[in-house]
Design a protein around this ligand. Sequence first.
Ligand SMILES: Nc1ncnc2c1ncn2[C@@H]1O[C@H](COP(=O)(O)OP(=O)(O)OP(=O)(O)O)[C@@H](O)[C@H]1O
Ligand SMILES: [Mg+2]
Length: 396
Amino acid sequence: MAALARTAASTASNSSLEEVLGAMAAEIQLSPGIAGTQIMTFAPGGDRLQLMGSAGFSDVETFFDLLMASRDRGAELATLRSMGERRQCVLPGRRAQMLADPNWEPMHAYVSQLDWEDFVSTPLLSRGKALGALNVYLAPGPGATPVILDFLGAMAEQAALAVDYATLIHEERDAVRREERKRLARDLHDSVVQHVFSIGMQAKALGGIARRLTDPLAPRVDAVATEVTGLVDAVQRDLRGVVLALQPSVSAKLGLLPALHALAEGIERRHGVSVDLAVDPLLEEDVKEPAFTEDVYQIISEALHNAVKHAAPTLVRVSAWRETDRRRLRIDVVDDGLGVPTDAAERSGYGLVSMRDRASRWGGSVAVTAEKRGTRVRAELPVPYVGAEQRDKGTA
Ligand SMILES: Nc1ncnc2c1ncn2[C@@H]1O[C@H](COP(=O)(O)OP(=O)(O)OP(=O)(O)O)[C@@H](O)[C@H]1O
Ligand SMILES: [Mg+2]
């Protein structure tokens, strides 16, 4: 009960979910008879499990990879079962069973670190939905007694509360950020853009007046006025870009596929270039993380714009597809244009940097390579959400 009170207190404070669940795992671990503790949750907005708290095990980093490797060999994961059935799942003698099963071979060394026998997976339930699971590895002894099972049930409830709370905060922050950006865009548009516009009008008027004067300085004034007009145009273009970038994203408004089609059509119309678009039709259905979708859209948009801006191509082929396990997204934007100059890195504007930032935010990367004719921009991103089919196959 002291453990409950302590974790309840930390849930209410401002710590991150990972800190809270990490502390909770450490607390649970203090209870007699528990050799190892793990708390897993789904990533916010997604369906991919992540290890959020672990105690007892020394090498936490490799756990998930080993688990996935076992799953791929056909091992049955109790975590998935407890979450699927939405009830506590007790597996007496689980350690011996895992060690005897070749499908679990990748995990053999890992689970042998600790002295344990039985395994209990308790789903973290909130409003009938499984948000994750609390797994414990019980030391040899009385096993999963009703007292322990009750205790784990109570801790799982607490953990589910913490996850719920963190999800709420995440959504709230997102909403606040969106509002703030909209406000900034509006303010910029209403004040700065309008003032710059008037400066442009005044400069044009000044040029008109200068051209009607006979004063010897008049041509000079006209030249300055023309220069100011040009500068104002450039500033306005930049500002328009900033205002647009601050608006709720086009991919969020339209959905990724329609947004990409609109983008491709716009480029074809304005630049007379053919754009061939091939995008995994299930991507949108599977990926529910708006920030990811937006990054995918913006990476494609920048690569496409770079092609038409720098390479004078006749055709740009855009494809976005996932590898067979659907966990990695590959984006290719290939043009048949002039090719990247060797000093592209030095002239690098904001575009390449921004594409790389957007990819690396998800642990991905961007490579620009020369084709026999033209350029290939390839971005690879781990997908933050794996769809229903993948989920049913089992993630953990
Ligand atoms: N598809 C392409 N074909 C030929 N050259 C390219 C292509 N993509 C990029 N480049 C070269 O790489 C440079 C860097 O691109 P980047 O997008 O970073 O900057 P930019 O397009 O010049 O400016 P910005 O994107 O900031 O408006 C470009 O200036 C251009 O020389
Ligand atoms: Mg660019």
